[in-house]
Ligand binder design. Structure first.
Ligand code: 13P
Ligand code: SF4
Length: 308
């Protein structure tokens, strides 16, 4: 991929600021290509949480959405955590509040609350264990068979992971507006256009779409599959930012996004190089979590990180 002189200059400026601030830049696979390229680590939610927990930097700049920066603040309270654009949120994370979860827990006393990392710190604080799309099956399997499970907030990931783990799970009525919009008709059309391609999708897609896929996994899982597969063409059912790494890692393979318009998360696109640079200059906007909530949310995240 070619980047123009302006982008190169921005990268130089950001590198300089990064050095001055002793900062590390973490970026999710859905970020813009020019943002991914300046990051120290690009990864999925789980990998980025691990990076945030283990970094020696003083400042973590999180190029992603709010819940990701919040997880970094929960795991590394002594670091300054910056989210370059304050309004970068996650529509699915907003579909559950601590209050609504408390009410549901009263209806299901004794249930283990498994909460997708795409959720607020307050919701994590009300939960027993976190998961990401990369480890949801493993987390569900780690729960004793005689315990009821409430999965929050993504019903699609919850149902997918429950099926894989062969467990009964009660799911919250949340979903990702980006992935959930994909329909069987979209899949049929894409397969008609690219008959030889393998269909790889994120588990946030509706179950009827996941059922048609050749492979279902988190963003890092999809990248691994494309790398290791002997196939040369893939229809990709997740946010289009992932194409940058897919093409970079597999220059001789072909990747087609499942749906041009639908597979774009607007919140992930708020972060631009100028915004990233500005945030490092001003050390703002910062994300922090009140200590009472942080301590409880930390337990939820740590339980997840300790499941091997
Ligand atoms: P991953 O954990 O697979 O990177 O997914 C995060 C996300 O927000 C998916 O929409
Ligand atoms: Fe949230 Fe969906 Fe965007 Fe991921 S793609 S950050 S789940 S709205």
């Amino acid at each position: 991929m070619h980047f123009d002189a302006q982008v190169h200059q921005m990268w130089e400026d950001i590198k300089q600021l990064k050095k001055e601030r002793n900062a590390v830049i973490l970026a999710h696979y859905y970020q813009r290509p020019e943002v991914q390229e300046i990051a120290d680590y690009v990864g999925d939610s789980l990998e980025l949480s691990r990076q945030a927990a283990n970094t020696n930097a003083d400042v973590i700049v999180f190029c992603g959405v709010h819940f990701m920066a919040e997880s970094a603040a929960i795991l590394s309270p002594d670091k300054t955590v910056i989210l370059p654009v304050e309004k970068a949120g996650c529509a699915m994370a907003d579909m559950v509040t601590a209050e609504s979860l408390r009410a549901k827990k009263k209806e299901m006393p004794g249930a283990v609350v498994v909460t997708y990392v795409n959720s607020s710190a307050e919701v994590k604080a009300e939960s027993d264990i976190c998961c990401t799309s990369a480890n949801a099956v493993k987390i569900i399997q780690s729960i004793p068979e005689d315990r009821e499970i409430l999965f929050v907030p993504d019903r699609n990931l919850g149902r997918y992971a429950a099926k894989q783990a062969n467990r009964e799970v009660v799911v919250w009525a949340g979903q990702c507006p980006v992935h959930d919009e994909i329909t069987i008709e979209d899949v049929v059309k894409a397969k008609e256009q690219h008959p030889g391609a393998k269909l790889i999708v994120h588990p946030e897609c509706p179950p009827e779409v996941a059922d048609l896929a050749d492979f279902v996994s988190s963003t890092s899982g999809l990248l691994r599959f494309a790398r290791e597969s002997e196939h040369r063409e893939f229809i990709v059912g997740t946010e289009e930012g992932i194409l940058h790494q897919l093409v970079k890692e597999n220059p001789h393979k072909k990747f087609y996004i499942l749906h041009q318009r639908k597979m774009v998360c607007p919140d992930m696109k708020y972060t631009t190089l100028p915004k990233l640079k500005e945030s490092l200059e001003n050390m703002n906007p910062q994300v922090s979590v009140p200590e009472g909530i942080r301590a409880k949310a930390l337990k939820c995240l740590e339980r997840m990180l300790n499941v091997k």
